[in-house]
Write a protein that binds this ligand. Structure first.
Ligand code: FAD
Length: 366
């Protein structure tokens, strides 16, 4: 193999995963280029915008070290700091939990992560879509090519390396959401039941207005479209819609391998979304930091890239396993008629439901 590559690392995609890989790989001394099809990165918005605070992350992911180094969310990217989460069954009567979370201004958040990566020495090429990757060459849609020793796919679940070099499939949940003007209180809400079959709906209040949306599993949806479910759910809230968005989330958890030869997958492209609650931003950043650090060590002292998979399992293995299990249980339970779900959301089950949503073992046996 020729060693005359332009870069040590090319990262495809500068979202939370890609910018974080770039930041830590550059800090480790690697020469990094991030290529992203968007300009600016992070637009248009495709997100519910909720992330746990660093304290909440320490509770949710106890094996992940040094959260404060990883998550440096600036005030300018925080739209609301919420302290309560309502888990709402079809009856509308919520179970109320303490939950420390930020409803972000996600576009500002992604821009901040890009800036952190640039400050660490990574370079960015935006408005440049990658068409395909062949060996160590990245081919752009405009015909240009770039080469690197290591190529990281952080391009989401349709990223070009995941698409062309991995056969494993992920369950994807299509999602629609709106931004709405108005006053929606302080608590973030997750709704479960026939209003979002196989998925969930959300209302996350922002500093002003709210982000409201819904995702479903199509196989559960009995012929109704995502649009119909979304319209029904959104019509419960009053306010002017200022933005419509859509996307899809990988919901079967991480895939088996993140590394093949000189290729690495990070973030959504590796399935790094917790299926029981849809958290993908912070989880992509946890994966991104591990990948970036291992890349730095690979160039410094020959650490094998597979070390990334080992460290991921150590830091996130248990949480991901519990989250996958909860999602499977939820998928069965949420097929039940709404009146049964209403009964199941009660004071006695409250603790178990919370453990499931927050990726802990629900009971000692499961
Ligand atoms: C509607 C919706 C709501 C969500 N709500 C939440 C939430 O409230 N909280 C939460 O934590 N997570 C949420 N998620 C999940 C979260 O957004 C993702 O898990 C997270 O963004 C993953 O980060 P990433 O960097 O892997 O991918 P992305 O953020 O998708 O970034 C991928 C980047 O790669 C670029 N790219 C892709 N393909 C190419 C290509 N071929 N060439 C060049 N560039 C390319 C894209 O332009 C993009 O910038 C939501 C997702 C959706 C769709």
């Amino acid at each position: 193999m020729s060693h005359n590559f332009e870069r040590d690392v090319i990262v495809i995609g500068g979202g939370p995963a890609g910018s974080t890989v770039a930041r830590y790989a550059a800090l480790g001394g690697a020469n990094v280029l991030v290529i992203d099809g968007r300009d600016p990165i992070g637009t248009p918005l495709q997100c519910g915008e909720l992330v746990p605070t660093n304290d909440e992350m320490r509770r949710l992911c106890p094996d992940v070290p040094d959260m404060d180094d990883l998550f440096k969310t600036p005030d300018s990217a925080i739209s609301r700091h919420s302290k309560k989460m309502h888990l709402v069954p079809p009856s509308g009567k919520p179970l109320i939990f303490d939950f420390d979370g930020y409803v972000l201004n996600r576009v500002a958040h992604d821009e901040f992560l890009v800036d952190l990566a640039k400050e660490s020495g990574a370079e960015f090429l935006v408005n440049s879509r990658v068409e395909k990757v062949e060996e160590n060459i990245v081919r752009l849609k405009n015909g240009d090519t770039h080469s690197a020793k290591i190529i990281v796919d952080a391009g989401g679940h349709n990223g070009p390396i995941r698409r062309d070099y991995w056969t494993e499939k992920s369950t994807k949940i299509p999602v629609k959401f709106v931004l709405m003007d108005g006053d929606f209180g302080e608590a973030v809400e997750l709704h479960f039941g026939s209003m979002a079959p196989g998925g969930y709906a959300w209302m996350f209040p922002k500093g002003s207005g709210a982000n409201i949306g819904l995702g479903i599993q199509r196989s559960f949806s009995k012929g109704r479209s995502l649009n119909q479910y979304t319209e029904d759910f959104i019509s419960k809230y009053e306010g002017e819609i200022t933005f419509n968005g859509a996307g899809s989330l990988p919901m079967s958890g991480t895939i088996k391998k993140f590394v093949k030869g000189d290729y690495m997958l990070v973030g959504d492209s590796a399935g790094m979304v917790l299926p029981s609650n849809g958290a993908g931003i912070t989880i992509a950043m946890i994966g991104g930091r591990i990948a970036g650090q291992v890349i730095g060590e690979h160039f410094a002292n020959g650490t094998p890239l597979e070390e990334y998979e080992k460290r991921w399992k150590k830091q996130m293995g248990k949480v991901m396993k519990n989250s996958k299990r909860s999602f499977k249980m939820g998928s069965m339970l949420f097929r039940l008629p709404d009146w049964i779900l209403n009964m199941l959301f009660n004071r006695l089950t409250k603790g178990i439901i919370w453990r499931a949503v927050t990726c802990r073992r629900m009971l000692w046996i499961i």
